[in-house]
Design a protein around this ligand. Sequence first.
Ligand code: FES
Ligand SMILES: [Fe+2]
Length: 454
Amino acid sequence: MDWQNLLKVAVAVALGVATCTLVALQGHTQNSAGRQLSWEDAVPGVPTWPLVCILGGLTAVAMRWLYKLLFCPLELLRAPEDVGYIAEDGRSKAQAANQVRRRRKTGELPPVYPNGWFRVLDSHLLHRGEVRNASVLGEQVAVFRGHSGEAHVVDAYCPHLGANLAVGGRVLGDCIECPFHGWQFQGSDGKCVRIPYAEKVPEIAKVHRWPSCEVNGLILVWFHCEGKEPEWTVPEQEEIASGKWVYRGRTEHFINAHIQEIPENAADLAHLGHLHTPSITSGVDLRHINSKTWQFLRHDWKVRWEPEPEPNQHCSQMFVRHSLTVFGLRCSLLDVHVVARQVGPGLVFLLFNHAFLGRGLLVHCVTPVEPLLQCVTHTMFYQSNMLPLVPKFILRAESIQFERDVMVWNNKRYVSKPLLVKEDQAIQKHRRWFSQFYSESSPRLKLRRHTLDF
Ligand code: FES
Ligand SMILES: [Fe+2]
């Protein structure tokens, strides 16, 4: 829990105590003559019931907030300009973000869309009969869940006259009906099965269907620049499928960088000892994280990264031991062990294991929205018998550390030939490993400016 949240808890408790005191004063206190005492006796001139109502109302609000904090999933959704930009000279954050994006030097970039599985939506955000619009890999897609319960992903634009199927389209069985003239496309193969005003449906009438799957609470699509079918499957976490581990929250960030910068972080072992060592209590703004106030509290990281051998060459693993030190002393009881398994270019499964705080899975997904704009989500699943506050705290702490990286990524350029020292060698190893996700015809950034302002 960060300090703002701690403060809110303290306020909630204080309000509760104040209300109870008032009620006690009103209802049960009598003076020596047997007359019941009221607030007016305690604070002359202050009327009783309006004050009780106001405090009661405030307490109800605070209790509701406390309930949400303790028991409801964490939802932290950041807008693209929210994190990682320095707004100076009276500019808004959005203006600062757009200026950085306009001025950015991109460097010599690898292709912008690697081949692999990418998250398009969290499963719990799509109910039966619902359709949603999403932006993935520079395309607009319609994601819908048929009445059978199966999720489908198709190109959003109707091949008839271009209406967006996800904006006003209706789900009928396992088909999606266009809002413009009512053509119906089936989710299983994208074929048009009905044109309400035409005698015959042309053979070529179909919408592009994306290979998709639903695993670990996520709806994923397969992208291959040459249209090849999926080359590997996404592993299922048994505890999530069986319901032993349950959803405890999610975060969403948009990052102004090439996709490769984000997974490369796992092999950049040296940055942990610098960027992620200051305590999370010192915040996310890189200009202030080394302030003296919190220097007694530090994070300590022991990390190793390595690719997996065949047949899982599309996977790599990062082994992490995280410790907390107070005045230089390590409290080993609080050590957290994490195995972060990257599966392809867009998915990482972080398995948490703690001596007494239990086990869980944090799913980290990177999906390119545009060539230099990545949507990154973290979705937390944790043992259902553990107090929700524990996984929520882990998720929040992780997002603070992550937002420090975001501030670097949003403002840096990609360096194709970096100046590395011996201790950085895992970075080159990671680049060689990641290059397997590009093909000859993988799309590259051609235009210098390829984006719209936020
Ligand atoms: S645009 Fe979709 S049915 Fe006409
Ligand atoms: Fe990092």
